[in-house]
Design a protein around this ligand. Structure first.
Ligand SMILES: *[C@@H]1O[C@H](CO)[C@@H](O)[C@H](O)[C@H]1NC(C)=O
Ligand SMILES: *[C@@H]1O[C@H](CO)[C@@H](O)[C@H](O)[C@H]1NC(C)=O
Ligand SMILES: *[C@@H]1O[C@H](CO)[C@@H](O)[C@H](O)[C@H]1NC(C)=O
Length: 278
């Protein structure tokens, strides 16, 4: 993997009034992009249902809503013709994992509790090559008083086996969970701790966590299959500007971390910054 120097060219396609920064999901076969806008700062009463679909061929931007209506989508992965989303929940539902059909905009809820315990508010998800889910449950919705209950857990990373639909807690953080992503072969997991952005009251803590952790996902000594366990945690990088909100990995393994107003491109082994997009 040798870094190649290339200058990227950017073009602004649309100008929206508010914060456009949740759940970008490229629907390759339709050449469309789903993304979520908060609406006015922090949404309306802490909630938002401003989902847009942008046709990249015509630059046609359309606000969409699902059946039944979906609120507070914060993470999205497109796979096998479906948008797989996680939400903060609200207004009458606790946080859940769901699929959305991008042709009919029908939403199907897949999981909305952990052995009857509600999730707090999901921030992001990743799907491995077998279709299993890795989902970060964060303090953010609790900070906006979306739920009538307190904090059921610390910010937690959940695993859901797509074959058995069995869920498991994989890890928890002292700061806050946020972006999560996997290496292309699925053997390394990257997860951001964004405790530097405190949620109640909402404020920046310069001493707070802005870490990008890497973990190995081991395989069973008996079956050779991947295990729902994380090992060998290491501090791969700390965000240079604020914290890594979204984290994604390119096909050849580079880690893209969205920190503050820049995107850092990191080496997956050394965690060193190779370039910055701003
Ligand atoms: C926001 O909350 C206020 C106070 O509870 C309420 O009056 C208002 O209708 C809410 N707005 C929306 C869009 O739900
Ligand atoms: C834009 O897309 C929407 C949703 O697909 C469609 O209803 C509308 O007709 C499109 N507008 C144009 C100008 O193509
Ligand atoms: C998911 O469950 C299937 C069926 O029990 C098992 O074969 C597979 O190893 C599990 N995957 C993980 C990552 O735990």
């Amino acid at each position: 993997m040798s870094p190649t120097r290339r200058s990227l060219q950017f073009k602004q396609l649309q100008k929206l009034n508010f914060q456009v920064h949740e759940a970008p999901c490229y629907i390759k076969d339709q050449e469309k992009l789903l993304f979520v806008e908060w609406g006015p700062p922090t949404g309306v009463n802490g909630s938002h249902d401003w989902h847009y679909i942008l046709d990249l061929k015509s630059n046609n931007l359309t606000k969409v809503q699902t059946t039944p209506p979906t609120w507070n989508i914060h993470g999205c992965v497109y796979r096998d013709g479906k948008l797989h989303v996680v939400t903060d929940g609200g207004p009458d539902e606790t946080a859940y994992l769901a699929t959305i059909d991008p042709k009919t905009w029908e939403r199907t809820t897949i999981l909305n509790n952990y052995y009857e315990r509600p999730f707090m508010s999901f921030n992001d998800l990743e799907i491995d090559n077998e279709g299993n889910y890795y989902m970060t449950d964060s303090l953010s919705g609790w900070g906006r008083d979306l739920n009538p209950y307190g904090q059921p857990t610390k910010p937690t990373l959940y695993f859901v086996n797509a074959t058995t639909m069995r869920a498991k807690e994989l890890w928890y953080l002292e700061g806050n969970t946020n972006g999560v992503s996997l290496s292309p072969d699925g053997s390394t997991l990257y997860m951001a701790d964004t405790g530097a952005s405190e949620v109640k009251p909402s404020r920046r803590n310069e001493q707070g966590e802005r870490d990008l952790w890497a973990f190995d996902i081991p395989t069973s000594s008996k079956t050779g299959q991947r295990l729902p366990v994380l090992t060998n945690r290491r501090l791969l990088a700390r965000s240079i500007q604020y914290f890594y909100d979204g984290v994604r990995v390119s096909r050849n393994g580079w880690i893209f971390g969205a920190g503050g107003e820049v995107v850092d491109v990191l080496d997956p082994e050394s965690g060193e910054k190779r370039s910055q997009i701003n």
